[in-house]
Design a protein around this ligand. Structure first.
Ligand code: IVH
Length: 676
């Protein structure tokens, strides 16, 4: 067997396995993007090697396989599939092909509908009564699901109105509302029954349930998108377009989705597509594109079909939020606290308009779970529509020279042996500030906005200062001279001066900010505030033990240990002492939060600020300070405001407060009050 044939067989087996799982077991074991990708691979291999094409290949089949659960029924008309396009050119080509078969003096119109992501069914009405309903099956033979379909509330058992044909076939989509799907899964979690991965699977599982009462319970919806008439019905007397057919369905009491337009210009089609591409996430049902159909029934008949799909319709699909791309490399980043984070770099892909070229792999478990090799084809998505994430690897097209991703045993930056913390599921480099990566990240953090806030001193400048060996630790920054800075890349005299003065300005800070700036593992802003409020004095914090730390509400064993270990490490202790004594870092109001002390003047008061305050480095700092005193700081004056505090260059809030007779104090009076 040739290599090509082997590859084709492997792809076919894989695709058939996925199809079985999807259609028969109602489970998606691969993403749509991955399935489409593999199918495309197979399609192109078969195209180049036509001798290997066989009728049972997934590229040749229309629909699904069939189970033996249901009685088999041959369709009166084959249930075809739709040709797909993902871009505007695909639609233009479709239109060009249509135009070849159409008389120039006629006006060519299209009927555009939503492509609902559900399950196609066929329903037969005789003398107006529902007599039979079937799944698509393999396109020619479907399964008899009449008793289940009769349980769907919106499908009429009897048609209403006039001109009801002796026999009529309705085609449409059964689906489940997203809201009902969520409710169903919530209930299934409690009842410990089957959880469905998406509304389509839930609809499929409910529709083909052996117990039709379950179908009734599961609130399925239906939307008709086409009908077929038999000889007895003189359609031409009443109907000449697809749109009119749908309107007739509505008159007979069949549900039809209301988002339908008839258009003749490209721009109208494109606008319809764009409108729903933007709106799809706010609809309560899943759609995966729009369907563009030739409106004239005569022209539809003239165009006919090929083996798989009609020539008179095309699905203009939305890009899935998943893409396949090639993994180039995995780099191991060393974070501020020494945690090693693997980052995957891949061939850039665009997902919902954003180009993505890397994604975090979190930890070693993630790499193990994915079984990742460099050179692999990977499925990327934007999790929560934002953060790039690798969903899985397309394993069966792994190249023979792909290289397994292995976690390093030594720090990629300083070569220190890495240690695993099993409880936290992380691997860490414990070299601290000796490791250049940790040093850089720690210093970025120390001077960042939420820490000491040295404006103008960004990561790039800090990195350059470290690389030029001008600084090693936070203390060195306070000894920097104008000439050290002015010689750096792209820093002029003015910026150098500004940076020097902003470094000196940040000597004045708050206890909470200082604790946060130290970068103790797991101590973020919230914990830093808790700790500051509890200890009030730095000496007390430094001399605390694990039991005391652990007794602070919200501080668990891990954080208590981290804080204790931090101050027990000589280098940290010495650095903190030097910062306090030599550099004279200080905080004004003992840096404490008095939130729960009802004694403060501002406790429970609604305060509004206006103007610039000289005693605070920013408005946010004053705001935080007031919140710590128990005040509620609001943006606008209202009759409920208790106090307006104003600084220099105050605005219109001043006169508003005056008009409403609200207490007004200036910055000096404010400082006096807080001293008291
Ligand atoms: S027309 C001859 N219209 O998409 C083709 N199909 O991939 C008749 N679908 O099997 C299909 N919404 O299950 C048509 N407005 C719509 C549709 C629609 C969803 C599904 C249908 C079909 C599949 C084609």
């Amino acid at each position: 067997m040739t290599n090509i044939k082997k590859k084709i067989d492997r792809l076919r087996q894989e695709l058939l396995k996925y199809e079985h799982s999807y259609h028969i077991l109602d489970q998606s074991i691969v993403s749509d993007a991955e399935y489409d990708y593999l199918l495309n691979q197979l399609y192109f291999l078969e195209l180049k090697n036509k001798e290997f094409i066989s009728s049972d290949s997934p590229t040749q089949k229309i629909g699904s396989n069939l189970t033996d659960k249901y009685q088999k029924i041959r369709h009166f008309f084959p249930m075809l599939s739709l040709e797909n396009t993902f871009d505007y050119n695909g639609y233009l080509n479709f239109e060009k092909r249509v135009k070849k078969s159409f008389y120039k003096d006629e006006k060519l119109t299209f009927c555009c509908e939503l492509k609902i992501d559900g399950i196609a069914i066929s329903i037969i009405y005789e003398e107006g009564f529902l007599v039979r309903a079937t799944t698509r099956g393999d396109g020619y033979i479907g399964e008899n699901i009449t008793s289940n379909v009769k349980m769907i509330k919106s499908i009429p058992m009897k048609l209403k109105g006039f001109n009801i044909p002796k026999r009529l076939e309705i085609r449409g989509e059964v689906f489940m509302l997203k809201s009902d799907f969520l409710k169903l899964n919530k209930k299934s979690k409690i009842d410990k029954t089957k959880i469905f991965s998406n509304p389509r699977n839930a609809a499929a599982g409910s529709l083909r349930h052996i117990n039709a009462n379950i179908t009734a319970e599961r609130k399925l919806m239906f939307s008709s998108y086409g009908c077929y008439f038999f000889e007895d019905f003189k359609e031409k007397e009443y109907i000449s377009t697809h749109y009119e057919r749908l309107m007739q369905c509505l008159k007979w009491g069949l549900p039809v989705n209301k988002e339908i337009i008839v258009c003749s210009r490209h721009i109208e089609v494109l606008n319809f597509y764009r409108k729903f591409e933007n709106k799809r996430h706010s609809l309560d049902y899943d759609i995966d594109g729009i369907v563009i159909k030739v409106n004239s029934i005569d022209l539809q008949k003239k165009l006919g079909s090929n083996a798989k799909s009609p020539r008179w319709a095309i699905a203009f699909k939305f890009f899935s939020s998943e893409r396949i791309t090639k993994l180039y490399d995995v780099k191991f980043q060393v974070g501020r606290t020494g945690v090693i984070t693997p980052v995957a770099y891949f061939q850039p892909v665009s997902i919902s308009g954003v180009t993505i070229k890397k994604a975090s792999l979190y930890n070693q478990n993630e790499i193990k779970k994915l079984n990742l090799y460099i050179g692999d084809f990977i499925v990327i998505c934007r999790s929560g529509d934002v953060i790039p994430k690798i969903l899985n690897v397309v394993k069966n097209i792994r190249c023979s020279n792909a290289k397994k991703v292995v976690y390093p045993s030594f720090c990629p930056v300083c070569n220190t042996k890495l240690l695993e913390n099993k409880a936290e599921k992380i691997i860490r480099c414990h070299a601290g500030l000796i490791c250049n990566s940790q040093k850089k990240r720690f210093l970025h953090h120390f001077f960042s906005k939420k820490s000491l806030n040295a404006t103008g001193l960004g990561p790039k400048i800090i990195d350059e200062l470290i690389d030029k060996k001008l600084v090693q630790n936070p203390i060195d920054f306070f000894y920097l001279k104008y000439f050290d800075l002015v010689n750096l890349n792209k820093i002029g005299p003015k910026k150098s001066m500004n940076i020097i003065s902003s470094i000196h300005r940040c000597r004045k800070t708050s206890f909470r900010r200082f604790i946060y700036a130290l970068g103790i593992p797991n101590v973020g802003e919230v914990f830093a505030e808790k700790i500051a409020n509890y200890f009030m004095k730095l000496e007390k914090l430094i001399n605390s033990n694990i039991v005391e730390l652990n007794s602070i509400p919200g501080i668990g064993t891990i954080i208590a240990n981290n804080i204790f270990n931090y101050f027990s490490t000589d280098s940290n202790y010495n650095m903190v002492c030097r910062l306090m004594k030599e550099i004279e870092i200080f905080w004004n109001y003992s840096g404490v939060c008095l939130k729960n002390s009802k004694k403060t003047y501002f406790f429970g008061k609604r305060v509004v600020l206006t103007g610039v305050f000289a005693s605070f480095s920013s408005r946010k700092e004053l705001k935080d300070f007031l919140i710590n005193l128990g005040a509620k700081v609001l943006n606008n004056i209202s009759k409920n405001t208790d106090i307006l505090i104003y600084g220099k260059k105050f605005g219109s809030k001043f006169s508003q407060a005056k008009r409403l007779n609200i207490k007004i104090i200036n910055e000096r009076e404010f400082n006096g009050l807080i001293k008291d």
